[in-house]
Design a protein around this ligand. Structure first.
Ligand code: UDP
Ligand code: MG
Length: 316
């Protein structure tokens, strides 16, 4: 067995799901023609997840644990796992069994054939409600309209990359406001897609609230498209044309001064609304620029287990 598969699992308060995940994934991984490592990235869980993972790491040398110093979010957890992974192929998946480990043999087969990027396409999302499915479709429509970069609507945070593709993510995609799924779909390489049926969450609750998803969607659109920045130019052009039309109308009809009050108020409100909206959009871009400029770390590792003999930290 010369090849190694790294499975990156992000974990945030998953103490109920983790035992199930391990029990399900372990036999599948054992049956693979490749050697494997499971990298659990504990994203500052407040429950017993870390203790459980530490126990696993002690009993199983395939299990590696990277513990963040606090919660940094799912995106940070995935890139940390990729940073630490040593595999010839790397798979990212959730700890809640929504991404079935049963797909791993097929992924390894594709990686063996020389695929650089394997996107896992969701055919059905059993656990997402109607609202989540509709908003998700709306988000993908909007981003595909606004951005040059094309997004696969049913792609998920379940994907696999070769070592070469992972190196690109490690070295060149160190943005602070992140969307790993978007980068993976746009780095090129030989690609393959595998369909899977998203399962119900094995245990626990989703960590993504509608509000969190909304902020995440706005940031993603801004990071992948410059079009909103040009809204000012379009709005300016439109307001100019409207001004000319009103001017021509006034001159032609020679209306007396007192009438037209309502028109003025409505136009004023409308103009201010557009103006503030545009200022707000510029503000959002500035916020992203500011985070990139500060160049703070994407994540901070507090402790690790089984990651490397000399590297393991068991700090606070
Ligand atoms: N997660 C994380 N940090 C967070 C939130 C979530 O590492 O701040 C992990 C979580 O433990 C899970 C994965 O990211 O393994 C996806 O989260 P979740 O299942 O809650 O999202 P959903 O599948 O509902 O979109
Ligand atoms: Mg999930």
């Amino acid at each position: 067995m010369d090849k190694l598969l790294s499975v990156v699992v992000s974990v945030y308060n998953e103490e109920q799901a983790l035992p199930l995940f391990y029990q399900t994934a372990k036999p599948v991984l054992e049956s693979l023609p490749w050697d494997y490592e499971i990298l659990f990235v504990n994203d500052g869980s407040q429950d017993g997840s870390l203790e459980f993972l530490r126990g696993l790491a002690e009993g199983d040398s395939h299990v590696k644990v990277i513990g963040f110093s606090r919660n940094f979010g799912h995106e940070a957890a995935m890139i940390a796992g990729i940073d630490y992974a040593r595999g010839d192929g790397i798979v990212c998946m959730d700890a809640d069994l929504q991404h079935p480990p049963a797909c791993l043999p097929e992924i390894v087969e594709k990686l063996g054939e020389g695929c650089g990027v394997i996107t896992m396409v969701r055919t059905q999302n059993a656990s997402a409600g109607v609202v989540k499915n509709i908003t998700s479709a709306g988000f993908y429509w909007l981003i595909n309209t606004l951005s040059d970069v094309k997004f696969e609507p049913n792609a998920s945070d379940f994907f696999a990359v070769s070592r070469q593709a992972a190196d690109v993510l490690r070295q060149n995609y160190r943005e602070k406001v992140r969307f790993l799924r978007g980068y993976v779909q746009n780095i090129g390489f030989r690609r393959a897609a595998i369909c899977y049926e998203a399962q119900e969450r094995a245990a626990g609750e989703s960590k993504y609230s509608i509000r969190k998803l909304f902020t995440f969607s706005i940031n993603t659109i801004l990071c992948f498209s410059n079009l909103p920045l040009k809204l000012g130019i379009y709005a300016g052009g439109l307001a100019g044309l409207m001004g000319i039309a009103v001017m021509v109308y006034t001159l032609c009809t020679r209306q007396g001064a007192p009438s037209g009050y309502a028109t003025i108020v409505i136009l004023n409100c409308f103009m201010f609304a557009v103006l503030f909206l545009i200022v707000g959009i510029i503000g959002e871009y500035m916020a992203i620029l500011f985070s990139e400029l500060k160049d703070r770390p994407i994540y901070i590792v507090g402790n690790t287990w089984n990651v490397g003999e000399h590297e393991d930290k068991e700090g606070s």
